[in-house]
Design a binder for this molecule. Structure first.
Ligand SMILES: [Zn+2]
Length: 288
């Protein structure tokens, strides 16, 4: 089971460490992604799980959208308070032939795009935060977003280890809280430079506590452990409702040309088939 671990360092630095190997393996299996696309999807899913831990209420939903300009135009993931996450990538077969590893993916995403963090607190409108991408590596872009748009200093590192498939995926988020002392702010800055090896450490037999301790000279208190999993909430009903939004005229057109419809949930790749009779029922329902 994939897990997010939370800790407090000193008194005023919060840390979230995620081991998302299982859920990333599941997502990559569903989407049949190339290595570069797997890396981008893994980073987006892991970041979403970690940022989801910053939500405060049971009904809150967080969505992270990476808007690229090169081979990968969109990577999107969404999570709820309970730790369920789902996501997709617009190009499952991104490939940068001259890259020998997936450590750097900015050329696949491309600069000039945006990163969006959408928080739905169940109010009329969701809260949408948007920022241009500074690195197109996703982790540094999220850190930049928090620093600039929310005046919240943030360090983040995301990644995977691959060997004929994903063998480890995860990441870390570090944020000093408003009451952080000078020493704590210095410790935060020092940690920012050390977290580049977090995936190596997650792939080793180090415990989450030892990994976090390795980045700080201050006292580390583990405060929580949360299950996270890739789980899609699509259903035949939901997909049917989405299909009906095209309207009765368009549905009649589908009936006369194709006599059936096949729709795929882009989060989990499940296909839903609707027969001519199903489509006629939809038209009836819309016209009644
Ligand atoms: Zn689905």
């Amino acid at each position: 089971m994939s897990k997010i671990y939370s800790a407090i360092v000193g008194k005023n630095i919060r840390v979230y460490l995620g081991d998302t190997t299982d859920l990333v393996q599941k997502a990559v299996g569903l989407h049949h992604t190339s290595n570069v696309s797997s890396e981008a999807l893994a980073r987006t899913l892991t970041a979403t799980c970690i940022l989801g831990k910053l939500l405060k209420n049971k009904k809150d939903v967080l969505t992270l959208k990476v808007g690229g300009t090169n081979q990968i135009k969109t990577v999107l993931a969404t999570t709820d308070f309970t730790g369920r996450v789902k996501g997709y990538i617009s190009n499952t077969q991104a490939d940068i032939p001259y890259l020998t590893s997936t450590e750097k993916i900015h050329d696949a995403i491309g600069l000039g795009g945006n990163i969006s963090i959408i928080r739905d607190f169940g109010l009329k409108e969701p809260y949408v935060g948007i920022s241009h991408m500074v690195s197109a590596e996703i982790d540094q872009d999220i850190a930049f977003y928090y620093k600039n748009s929310e005046q919240q200093p943030t360090a983040m590192k995301l990644g995977t280890k691959m060997d004929d498939g994903i063998t480890c995926a995860g990441g870390i988020l570090i944020q000093p809280m408003p009451d952080a002392t000078k020493d704590e702010l210095e410790a935060f800055k020092a940690s920012e430079k050390k977290i580049g090896d977090v995936i190596e450490k997650l792939a080793s037999d180090m415990s989450p506590e030892d990994i976090i301790k390795s980045y700080f000279d201050l006292e580390v208190t583990m405060t929580g452990e949360f299950d996270v999993d890739f789980e899609c909430d699509c259903s035949r009903d939901r997909i049917a409702r989405a299909l009906m939004t095209v309207g009765p005229e368009e549905l009649k057109e589908i009936i006369s040309v194709d006599k059936q419809a096949e729709l795929k949930c882009h989060f989990c790749n499940t296909s839903y088939h609707f027969t001519e009779t199903d489509l006629i029922e939809m038209v009836k329902a819309l016209e009644s």
